[in-house]
Design a protein around this ligand. Structure first.
Ligand code: SF4
Ligand code: SF4
Length: 376
């Protein structure tokens, strides 16, 4: 095993291959506070990529209700249970990653889901955690909670799927860091399915090879965001590029959210894959649960997000830019009450007001002699 640096756990770790970061790394931020679990993203992906035979159970994009929802069933709690204690000292992870916890003779710690684990994509949907004994309508301090977690492949910097493939059929593209399975090389051993702790590779029982989210790379090659992003009803997503923390840029939206404001966090960073989809954590969820899911920066992220409107107009402006363009957003600027997505060359892609104007119409329109409502 090689020694590589993983900034998300604040230390070096063991990985099957040496550190080889791509020229540019696909990255995204999802704001969990905006997701309404409409599943439009899920269907946009399904109708684009996985509507064929053998792909019926595949959800390259899925949205699960936390804490009880997970697809396949309990993928997150199972790998965390197998891994054992996951302790942090500040920003440094002191436990073992799945590569460091590999059983003798194996490349990493993983498990094969049962077929039945894929049978219930909506299990746990809208189920709440906590007790309502105290009378929910009287106690307004959120004794109960749940939230929606949208998931795609994380196009990890240290992909477990890639490390586990004995055929070398999985590769990470130099130009965008997207992780792909070479369908001609794959022999369907399913080591990637066993390895990915996020369970984002799937075995096709008709073609007998494995498949996974391709980050809509044909769209990306034309500077367009993936289908699950452009169709998102809640405007929770933004796609761009991420730099290493030491090279973070103020005008790069992903760098700004992840490295500078630290308001967007990776999913289960303790596993050691350096995933490249980041989440703004929900503001109403117990901290212990957030730390388990998003790492030790959760409390600070929630506090920063809560104060975005009062203290940091640039952050509020950027959050408003989510879902405003189908273009990939390499850069942005916020000034004079407007926020713009910019191309690599600094050209304006789209401009949006940070605050939409509110127009209150009178209940009766005297000009046309009709009653109006303000509903639409
Ligand atoms: S999320 Fe899973 S499938 Fe995607 S790159 Fe990481 S290890 Fe591979
Ligand atoms: S389309 Fe957007 S709002 Fe709807 S479920 Fe997907 S991520 Fe959530």
């Amino acid at each position: 095993m090689a020694r590589v640096y993983n900034w998300q756990i604040g230390r070096e770790m063991s990985y099957w291959y040496g550190e080889a970061r791509p020229k540019r790394q696909f990255a995204a931020v999802f704001d969990t506070n905006k997701c309404i679990a409409c599943q439009t993203c899920t269907l946009a992906c399904k109708t684009t990529w996985t509507s064929g035979r053998g792909q019926e159970y595949m959800f390259w994009n899925n949205v699960e209700s936390k804490p009880y929802g997970a697809y396949p069933i309990a993928y997150d709690s199972r790998i965390m249970e197998l891994l054992g204690p996951q302790t942090w000292e500040g920003e440094r992870y002191e436990g073992r990653t799945i590569f460091e916890a590999a059983p003798a003779g194996e490349r990493l710690l993983g498990y094969h889901p049962e077929t039945a684990d894929y049978a219930h994509p909506n299990l746990g949907e809208d189920e709440i955690a906590g007790s309502v004994d105290g009378g929910m309508s009287i106690d307004l301090l959120h004794p109960v909670w749940m939230f929606y977690l949208a998931r795609i492949c994380n196009h990890c910097t240290y992909p477990a799927c890639l490390a586990a493939c004995p055929r070398g059929a999985i590769y990470k593209r130099q130009e965008d860091g997207i992780v792909l399975i070479d369908q001609k090389n794959c022999r369907g051993y399913r080591e990637c399915v066993r390895a990915c702790p996020y369970k984002k590779t799937f075995f096709n029982s008709r073609t007998l090879v494995s498949e996974k989210c391709i980050g809509c790379f044909p769209l990306g090659e034309n500077d367009t965001q993936p289908r699950c992003f452009t169709e998102c009803i809640g405007k929770i997503r933004i796609r761009g590029w991420i730099n290493k923390p030491s090279e973070a840029r103020e005008d790069n939206p992903i760098d700004y959210l992840v490295h500078i404001k630290k308001v967007a966090l990776p999913l289960m960073p303790q596993l050691g894959l350096e995933p490249n989809v980041y989440y703004i954590p929900p503001v109403h969820v117990p901290e212990a649960f957030l730390v388990q899911l998003f790492g030790p920066g959760s409390r600070r992220a929630v506090e920063t997000y809560r104060r975005a409107n009062e203290k940091n107009s640039k952050l509020a402006a950027l959050i408003n830019l989510f879902g405003c363009t189908s273009h990939v957003v390499p850069r942005f600027e916020a000034k004079d009450g407007y926020v713009s997505a910019l191309s690599d060359k600094g050209e304006k892609i789209v401009t949006a007001p940070v605050r939409e104007a509110v127009v209150v119409r009178t209940a009766f329109d005297a000009r046309y002699g009709v009653p109006r409502s303000n509903i639409t």
